[in-house]
Design a protein around this ligand. Structure first.
Ligand code: GLU
Length: 419
């Protein structure tokens, strides 16, 4: 079982132990629930523009096949390893079960720094990665989606490559595609919209008026940028934002429209304002009502958890908070309302599910229907989490994860162990 190593996998394992203890899952059943069913590693050769050939390491981890196909994103990132991919696959399982999707979790990716590739090289890498994965994926086996470092264009290349191999168009092989290539309206915005919908549910419970409240958003990719825009649309003042190129803070509020225009043109925050430049290590600790980490794993450790100065912590990223930080946040329950990642960012996979269903049926929905069904699913999971917190006097994360883990456990139990 030791191919899964590293701090991110260790974090997923520790979280699982907390939940397994809470649910009193027998020791001998735990490995079957935690360790991935399948892990595929591939070498992905690519022709570089300079005429040389480079080989990249690619992965796909399918956590469990108990409830339907596996589902999850594809990450192109410089430091990716199999332990991180496995942890992300495990979180996808708890996330899908929590919100009631008929999927196990998966995740995949390539260890590559996407800005180091030209567009032609990126296409070559994307197509060859999918081609290498064809024996292991399928609309009823494993359905990919975007994640960090990939986007709609990459999903279109995946779909095209798979379809070319089969000899006919198979839109349901990946989700997060452009609408012009079998995608659904509302998928691009879904994760950020879900984050803000749930942040508003929390604000309502805490009687915080969003108008004039302050938000800090870490990460300005597909999740962070949409979340910031949705918060601003509700009158929230965005006082801090950051990405891997810049960190900006202004207690009076940042000019969101100008910021969005800048990012649309330049793709990154760098170069927007020297005046608002801020220490990235201090951003998360600034006072605000809404804090949205929407970038990397493990950015909130125990020390940062002590320094947080927010009222609502809405986890847009996967795994932004370490188990050690969770212990600190447990002690600060009355000060900080946590919306745990597997619920907070589930909007993406929920609308991916809608996309898959629409592709399978070739019957497409209006955006209002997508958004209304998205809110309904998130509300149901949020209400169930809050009810469980009240009943069992546990943290929000424990309540959400317990709901996911127990569903997978129940499905495995009732199906039995073959032979
Ligand atoms: N990568 C996203 C996540 O971590 C979306 C996965 C999907 O849509 O399948 O939830």
């Amino acid at each position: 079982m030791s191919i899964y190593t590293g701090p991110v996998f260790e974090m997923a394992r520790k979280q699982f132990v907390v939940i397994a203890d809470h649910l009193e899952i027998p020791e001998d059943e735990r490995d079957r629930l935690l360790y991935p069913k399948r892990a595929v590693t591939v070498s992905v050769p690519v022709h570089r523009d300079d005429g040389t050939t480079a080989v990249y390491q690619g992965y796909r981890v399918q956590h469990h096949l108990t409830m339907g196909p596996t589902k999850g994103g594809t990450r192109f990132s410089a430091n990716l390893d199999i332990g991180e991919v496995a942890a992300l696959a495990i979180w996808m399982s708890w996330k899908c079960a929590l919100v009631g999707l008929p999927y196990g979790g998966a995740k995949g990716g390539v260890t590559v720094d996407p800005p180091s590739l030209s567009l032609r090289e990126l296409e070559g890498l994307s197509r060859r990665y999918m081609q290498e994965m064809i024996p292991f994926v399928g609309p009823h086996t494993d359905v990919m989606a975007p994640d960090m470092g990939t986007n709609e264009q990459v999903m279109a290349w995946f779909m095209d490559t798979y379809s070319a191999y089969l000899g006919h168009t198979v839109t349901e092989i990946v989700t997060g595609k452009p609408v012009a290539a079998g995608g659904t309206v509302g998928r691009r915005e879904a994760t950020g919209r879900g984050v803000v919908h749930l942040a508003m549910r929390a604000a309502e419970l805490l009687q915080i008026n969003p108008s004039g409240a302050r938000a800090i958003v870490q990460g300005f990719g597909n999740v962070g940028a949409v979340a910031a825009a949705e918060l601003a649309a509700r009158g929230v003042k965005i006082v801090g934002v950051s990405d891997h190129t810049a960190c900006l803070y202004d207690a009076r509020g940042l000019p969101m429209e100008a910021l969005q225009k800048h990012v649309a043109a330049r793709k990154v925050l760098a170069g927007f304002s020297a005046e608002a430049a801020f220490d990235p290590g201090a951003l998360l600790a600034q006072p605000c009502e809404f804090l949205v980490p929407a970038a990397l794993e493990r950015v909130i450790d125990a020390d940062m958890a002590k320094r947080l100065n927010c009222r609502i912590l809405a986890e847009g990223a996967n795994g932004p908070t370490t188990p050690e930080a969770d212990l600190v946040l447990d002690g600060r329950r009355d000060e900080i309302f946590l919306i745990p990642d597997i619920l907070c960012n589930a909007g993406g996979v929920v609308v991916s599910y809608f996309e898959w269903v629409q592709d399978l049926q070739q019957l497409f929905w209006e955006e209002a229907e997508v958004n209304q069904r998205l809110r309904q699913i998130l509300d149901r999971a949020f209400n169930a989490m809050m009810a469980r917190v009240g009943r069992e006097h546990i943290s929000h994360r424990t309540a959400a994860m317990a709901a996911g883990v127990e569903k997978v456990f129940a499905a495995k139990k009732i199906r039995g162990l073959f032979p």
